[in-house]
Design a protein around this ligand. Structure first.
Ligand SMILES: NC(=O)C1=CN([C@@H]2O[C@H](COP(=O)(O)OP(=O)(O)OC[C@H]3O[C@@H](n4cnc5c(N)ncnc54)[C@H](O)[C@@H]3O)[C@@H](O)[C@H]2O)C=CC1
Ligand SMILES: O=C(O)C1=N[C@H](C(=O)O)C[C@H](O)C1
Length: 266
């Protein structure tokens, strides 16, 4: 069996660490190197929590890809570096699996073109948790019948981007089927700026950041005399790993950009 050779960018992060452990327990995966912004020249097993991972740490992505020739790059860093990593990987014929959130529409278009040019796949998944993907799908289904909806996402207070990638993706999926509409009273006014949340095509997105939370979202639909709430909770970061594994397996089979696991989940 040919193992899938993997490089992980952001190995010391909350998600990156879990992804390293995923490669350790998955027989068909082989972690060949990691990409960090420090610790150049060290081995990962010199860092706390990684004693069984004897793989080199690179700070230069080009050197890493040239030397290690991986099949897949998993990126779990920041939007700025995630974009740079995904573009560089594709230019070397390496398939990116990106969990990093905060990408713009222009970023996605650029990656789509690069995939076509290089004839390589790339998967960008705003949320790898199976339940979160279902929550998004169910919300899109419900939006056909309920046009008034508010998205409430709740995350730990170390999160950099707001709204979350999941909330943005949920709003995009809902907007595909919901007739464009500005919700609330036409003359409503915020007496404190931001009180009504972010406006996405007339629907509102609210972001909460608190210590103790991991990743949670509820999508609330309202109509005359009833409401429907669809909610998902991630209580730990292992919840994302079956989706990371699935994305690594799937990215090897495609030569286009896939934005969201809902596009490849049966
Ligand atoms: N798609 C999904 O299911 C999920 C996505 N995320 C996203 O993943 C990203 C990472 O999240 P966390 O692990 O919570 O953040 P974190 O802050 O714990 O980890 C980010 C890591 O990236 C590293 N890093 C920054 N610049 C780098 C560079 N140039 N090269 C290599 N490493 C670099 C940092 O040192 C840090 O260790 C965020 O964008 C977050 O929104 C988080 C959870 C689930
Ligand atoms: O930063 C996080 O933690 C998460 N980020 C992703 C997002 O922005 O949606 C996925 C999940 O919600 C956890």
């Amino acid at each position: 069996m040919n193992k899938v050779k993997i490089v992980i960018a952001g190995p010391r992060g909350r998600m990156g660490k879990e992804a390293v452990y995923l490669t350790g327990r998955t027989e068909q995966f082989e972690l060949v190197a990691v990409l960090d912004h420090k610790n150049e020249g060290k081995s990962l097993n010199e860092l706390e929590g990684f004693s069984t991972y004897d793989v080199p740490i690179y700070t230069d992505i080009e050197a890493c890809l040239k030397t290690e020739k991986p099949d897949v790059l998993i990126d779990l860093t920041t939007p700025e570096f995630g974009m740079h990593h995904a573009k560089t990987a594709l230019s070397y014929g390496v398939r990116p699996v990106v969990g990093t959130t905060g990408f713009t529409k222009e970023n996605l278009e650029e990656l789509e073109e690069l995939c076509e040019e290089m004839n390589r796949g790339c998967i960008i998944a705003p949320n790898f948790a199976l339940g979160a993907v279902l929550m998004m799908k169910f919300s899109k289904m419900a939006a056909r019948y309920f046009t008034d909806v508010e998205i409430m996402e709740m995350h730990h207070d170390q999160k950099l981007d707001a709204p979350s990638g999941t909330a943005v993706k949920t709003a995009e999926l809902i907007a595909e089927v919901r007739e464009s509409k500005k919700q609330g009273h036409p003359e409503e006014k915020e007496t404190i700026q931001g009180a009504r949340g972010a406006d996405f095509d007339g629907m509102r997105i609210h972001s909460t950041r608190l210590p103790g939370l991991i990743a949670h979202q509820q999508v609330m639909f309202g109509a005359d005399g009833e409401s429907l709430t669809i909610r998902h909770d991630s209580y730990n970061r292992t919840s994302f790993m079956s989706g990371v594994k699935f994305a690594v397996e799937e990215v090897l089979k495609v030569n286009v950009l896939i934005y969201g696991l809902e596009n490849i989940m049966e």
